[in-house]
Design a protein around this ligand. Structure first.
Ligand SMILES: O=C(O)CCC(=O)C(=O)O
Ligand SMILES: [Mn+2]
Length: 203
């Protein structure tokens, strides 16, 4: 279904045709800044391989993750309980800029490192109870551009969004309750991508 109704508001673009809440801010960081930040995040953050149980089998997530935040903001995620590490100075800087752009404050960040095109994240919504109803999540991209897909739970309509380095995707409103999202694996040769999803955990 070809809903061609992009709402241009200042530099912001609503990407969803209905059950709204996905706005992309492009080029928040310059290309040269992105290169430095990508390298620093890759090396400085405490990336770990998380294993999850799927049909009684221990399966490695196809990406590395890390979790930083204010003390005590714990979060259960696919059966794993993660204790946040303390903000690094670089993460604090990125968080500050993300809060200015999105006009929302956050108390934690889940990092994803997609090493190659064989890494991805399958269809899901960020609808854990700790996030509350209709949460606002800001998803920041450094490194390679990867395609982000959003699929409506009922109509099954799929929206494709290229998440470019230095961009912030702000998901809010009904973007989690009515839509799911994924980063599909790709056979194309792609450089590593670092994604930071800033969230507010209510505990
Ligand atoms: O890498 C992305 O852009 C999405 C990551 C994501 O959906 C998540 O961490 O919940
Ligand atoms: Mn997600």
């Amino acid at each position: 279904m070809g809903h061609v109704m992009n709402l241009f508001m200042q530099d912001k673009v609503e990407l969803l045709p209905y059950d709204f809440g996905a706005v992309l801010h492009s080029d928040v960081w310059r290309n040269d800044e992105c290169r430095t930040i990508t390298s620093r995040l890759t090396h400085e953050l405490d990336w770990a391989q998380v294993f999850v149980e799927v049909f009684n089998r221990r399966v490695a997530q196809p990406r590395l993750t890390c979790w930083y935040g204010d003390p005590g903001k714990n979060y259960s995620y696919s059966g794993t309980r993660l204790n946040p590490l303390d903000w690094t100075s670089l993460l604090s800087e990125i968080k500050q800029k993300t809060e200015v752009v999105s006009n929302v404050t956050f108390n934690s960040v889940l990092g994803n490192l997609y090493r190659t095109g064989s890494d991805g994240v399958s269809w899901h919504s960020d609808n854990e109870p700790e996030l509350g109803l209709n949460p606002t999540i800001a998803s920041v991209t450094f490194g390679a551009t990867r395609r982000f897909d959003m699929r409506h739970r009922e109509t099954k309509e799929i929206i494709h969004i290229d998440l470019t380095p230095g961009s912030i995707l702000v998901m809010s409103g009904e973007s989690q309750s009515k839509w799911q999202h994924q980063i599909a694996k790709t056979k194309k040769e792609v450089a590593p991508r670092v994604n930071l999803t800033f969230r507010t955990i209510h505990v």
